[in-house]
Design a protein around this ligand. Sequence first.
Ligand SMILES: Cc1cc2nc3c(=O)[nH]c(=O)nc-3n(C[C@H](O)[C@H](O)[C@H](O)COP(=O)(O)OP(=O)(O)OC[C@H]3O[C@@H](n4cnc5c(N)ncnc54)[C@H](O)[C@@H]3O)c2cc1C
Ligand code: FES
Length: 347
Amino acid sequence: MSFQVTVQPSERVYAVEADETLLAAAIREGIGLPYGCKDGACGSCKCRLLEGQVQLGPHQPKALSEEERAQGLILTCCARPQSDVVLEARTVPGAGQFPVLKLPSRVISITRPTADVAVLRLQLPANQNFQFHAGQYVEFILRDGSRRSYSMANAPSHLGTPAAIELHIRHMPGGKFTDHVFGAMKEKDILRMEGPFGSFFLREDSARPIVLLASGTGFAPIKAMLEHIQAKGLRRPIHLYWGCRSKADLYLDDWAHQTAATMGAQLRYIPVLSEPKPEDGWTGRTGFVHQAVMADLPDLSGHEIYACGAPAMVNAAQADFVARCGLPEDAFYADAFTSEADKQNPV
Ligand SMILES: Cc1cc2nc3c(=O)[nH]c(=O)nc-3n(C[C@H](O)[C@H](O)[C@H](O)COP(=O)(O)OP(=O)(O)OC[C@H]3O[C@@H](n4cnc5c(N)ncnc54)[C@H](O)[C@@H]3O)c2cc1C
Ligand code: FES
């Protein structure tokens, strides 16, 4: 049995099966609904149900509170239809542009720029045309069917020969996939993956100055966006803030400084450490990275923010930028790196 979904104001219409989520069908049909984790943890897919009934599956209260639910908001990644429905949601131009493919990839190299970060290069199959927007992610399909998401760290213009994607993976001790990456994974291993996914990529119909905000390996999609901006010759002013604990965690600090030198006045790079070590001899910015943005740019009303990394950083940045710096709610784009640990105690 299937139902009809109408998305306002774009007037896009698509069919959804009774046993699938509104988001899964929208991705399949290339509708371009916004989303991040696909699993009820980040809140990126939140939108208003204008008409009809849905059954809302388990989700995190921080992704959708009881109050928001009572106001008619839903998460499309957790909502299954019980009738035809009408949604109010901003569609993302270009989101459904590239087909979602399941493909094998081969590990070309694994490097460790710092103790708990691995940089993986994965060769793409020559017979499949894998296309994506800088900022999107792929999912690895593990043996037991579970999935883990990682953002491409190179832009489509920077795949090289043979074509390979770069990923930055932080070790989460006890984690199913990253324990494997930091333990048994070796060159030439084959990984099954699916993608591209996500609506975290540059909105090119805007001329607003950009703030790129990363914590830890949240730098991966931000690096891809910077490569894309350079490749396309886009001229919007950019502030790049990268927050890490100590100096060693800024695993591509040299790359960021070099890129800032190449881009001249267009790009300002500001690394921020929350717990610099005495041996770091750090004389740069300290504290929480999103607070450094607020100190430098107290009026964000004309900016556009792209934030990526730890869920706590992304949530704090969104709340504080909107409440205290005048950022319009619809000028904040983010991918929060939610993990299994963030998905405990759903409602
Ligand atoms: C859109 C998106 C993009 C992402 N991109 C990146 C990226 O580019 N780079 C990156 O490093 N990460 C990224 N992530 C995070 C990534 O997908 C994984 O969640 C992360 O790497 C952990 O995977 P894992 O299998 O090693 O750990 P998991 O098995 O998911 O476990 C994570 C942690 O939680 C603990 N844990 C597991 N189960 C439970 C439980 N039941 N209760 C309490 N604790 C538990 C584990 O011990 C571990 O420490 C992204 C996430 C999303 C949603
Ligand atoms: S995409 Fe729905 S909560 Fe993350």
